[in-house]
Design a protein around this ligand. Structure first.
Ligand code: 9D3
Length: 257
């Protein structure tokens, strides 16, 4: 997979992949990661890449000429079929589904903005797509590009974690993770759930499914609404809800007494 990032701070993007699963995948050649800096396409003597916004207002806007030249240089070296994706707060929300689609393709060009944003004509001329990470404000697009790269590269065949992707497709996306435990069996008086120490794999699987469904119901009503539960899953959720009711009642009792 061929990945190019267009950004003013290449060290932020390259530095993010010095270690870890994705760093190793890049070292092994599972994917290539390059950065193109619009500053290298800016005119002398000042090599300026930004200017004041037309219409006034605070901050600066990335100038069209160096951005256009940088994006076009990145596109020219990318394989055909690699989309040019602008990371902007106005984009469609990035998702695991989009990560999977990108991981199955030949690559991507990720364009990260800074300051108040990129001149809209560059977006109109060159963006195949705009992606956002969500409704919060970053100080630039570089970290957003890193997030997209990480989510995509870990899915590539050859990256550690790729063996889990089939499982993720069918289960892990759509419900929350079950809680994890490791040794020792008791931490500050808190015992790990007994079922996990017992070695009955079917019981473990059932307990984990119940926890995943219960947590999704409790914490993520938006995900929960989209679930289509079978009979066993509905029974496990009902058990979780009954136990949860008892917990709430006990907590209220504690408050009153
Ligand atoms: C929304 C705030 N904007 C109007 C005042 C200014 C602005 C602030 C920060 C415009 C861009 C940015 C930099 N953010 C990104 O480049 C970005 C981003 C984000 O801030 N949140 C979630 N996803 C993304 S993807 C790129």
């Amino acid at each position: 997979m061929h990945i190019t990032t267009v950004c003013l701070h290449p060290e932020m993007v390259l530095g993010a992949f010095k270690g870890g699963v994705c760093g190793r995948a890049l070292e092994a050649g599972t994917a290539s990661l390059r950065c193109v800096n619009p500053r290298d396409f800016a005119a002398e003597p000042h090599r300026s890449v930004d200017d004041r916004p037309y219409g006034g207002g605070p901050g600066m806007v990335l100038s069209p000429a160096p951005m256009l030249a940088a994006v076009r240089s990145a596109r020219a070296e990318a394989p055909g079929g690699a989309p040019v994706i602008f990371l902007t707060p106005q984009g469609e929300r990035f998702s695991q589904q989009r990560a999977r689609q990108l991981a199955s393709g030949p690559g991507m060009v990720l364009v990260a903005g800074r300051y108040e944003g990129i001149d809209e004509r560059v977006v109109e001329l060159e963006a195949d797509e705009e992606l956002s990470l969500g409704d919060f404000v970053l100080s630039g697009g570089e970290l957003a590009a890193c997030v997209v790269i990480d989510a995509v590269v870990r899915l590539l065949p050859g990256a550690l974690g790729d063996d889990r992707s089939a499982e993720e497709d069918s289960f892990s996306v759509g419900v929350l993770d079950f809680p994890q435990y490791t040794r020792p069996a008791v931490v500050e008086g808190r015992a790990a759930p007994e079922v996990l120490l017992g070695g009955d794999h079917e019981q473990v699987r059932t307990w984990r499914l119940k926890q995943s469904l219960g947590r999704t119901w409790k914490r993520r009503p938006d995900l929960f609404t989209a679930l289509d539960l079978n009979e066993q899953e509905r029974r496990l959720l009902a058990e979780f809800q009954a136990e949860y009711d008892i917990k709430i009642r006990d907590a209220k009792d504690d408050q009153h007494h």
